[in-house]
Design a protein around this ligand. Structure first.
Ligand code: ATR
Length: 284
């Protein structure tokens, strides 16, 4: 007797760049699960209908990537807490005919730091987040839940940092994207964490050009970028002795809850998967 494979996938437009099939495919093989994880490129005029009729897709669940995380949020029957806080869903699953959704970006961000930075779980105090886009929202929400505060948020468009402060409340302090102001926070002795979330320094994008020599050596530095694997910011941080971690681990960890929901086993991110993704990134 043959049983049908469990199906899941990633929905986006475009979706060819997504690393998710590589991640889930690796875990399916490693855990010996009869499952399939595909890419679904859904054009903008079809996405809302696709999500509204998700049951008909034959999928047990899906990841949702750019630019559809807000569409996914609006299509949910059951909204889980992080998705509710962010107004965006990246992980969907069917349960008793109802479409459930959550956002795992913030949990993935924290899990990456917990795995790579000794005693990160005991860290608190103030944080500086550079950027105020979708990824920054997830990071700021997760940091707030972990008890960080105040959280300074510097963004080129300061209104976006202000909107985050308004929607989350608490100690979120928007600020101008201005070197002098940023340097003041960098050399603040109460700072414990520096997070970079913009596209500056990404392969093919302009450089970040941020001096961090004013950081206390115990400040943890992290960059959400994973291509290149080590940005100039991470290289600089390591050179001057700050604990530092790049973005590849966040990409891997944000995938864990979806895999567990769809395929019924919780994968453990390991060196084998990191090696596979590093090899892919080096080729592209
Ligand atoms: P993501 O989902 O990865 O967060 P996004 O929502 O498009 O992507 O956010 C991109 C972030 O990079 C924003 O903070 C953006 O600043 P603006 O809100 O002012 O657009 C930031 N960013 C992109 N290009 C930038 C640049 N040249 N200088 C400064 N910030 C930049």
């Amino acid at each position: 007797m043959t049983t049908e494979p469990i199906r899941a996938g990633v929905i986006g437009w475009p979706v060819g760049h997504s690393r998710s099939p590589r991640i889930h495919g690796h875990w399916l093989g490693e855990l010996g699960i009869n499952g399939i994880y595909d890419r679904f490129a859904v054009p903008p005029d079809r996405i809302d209908a696709f999500l509204a009729e998700f049951e008909k897709s034959g999928l047990k669940g899906a990841n949702v990537t750019i630019p559809y995380k807000e569409n996914a949020f609006r299509a949910l029957d059951v909204v889980h807490p992080a998705a509710k806080a962010l107004g965006a869903a990246n992980t969907l699953w069917l349960e008793d005919g109802m479409l459930h959704g959550d956002n795992t970006d913030g949990a993935g961000f924290i899990a990456n730091l917990d795995q790579n930075i000794t005693e990160f779980s005991e860290l608190s105090g103030s944080a500086l987040v550079l950027g105020a886009g979708g990824a920054a929202r997830a990071v700021i929400h997760a940091l707030k839940e972990r008890g960080f505060g105040p959280i300074h948020v510097a963004n080129r468009t300061v209104a976006k940092a202000e909107a985050i402060a308004e929607s989350f409340g608490g100690e979120i302090l928007p600020m101008e994207w201005n070197n002098e102001a940023i340097q003041r926070i960098i050399s603040d002795p109460t700072l414990s964490l520096l997070v970079h979330t913009t596209s500056l320094g990404m392969k093919g994008q302009p450089p970040l050009e941020l001096g961090i020599s004013g950081l206390d050596p115990r400040v943890v530095v992290t960059d959400l970028i994973y291509a290149p694997l080590e940005t100039d910011l991470i290289k600089q941080a390591k050179q001057q002795g700050n604990p530092a971690v790049g973005g590849l681990g966040m990409l891997i960890h944000q995938a864990v809850p979806g895999f567990e929901r769809w395929f019924g086993a919780r994968p453990v991110p390991d060196e084998a998967l990191t090696g596979l993704l590093v090899a892919d990134l080096e080729k592209s």
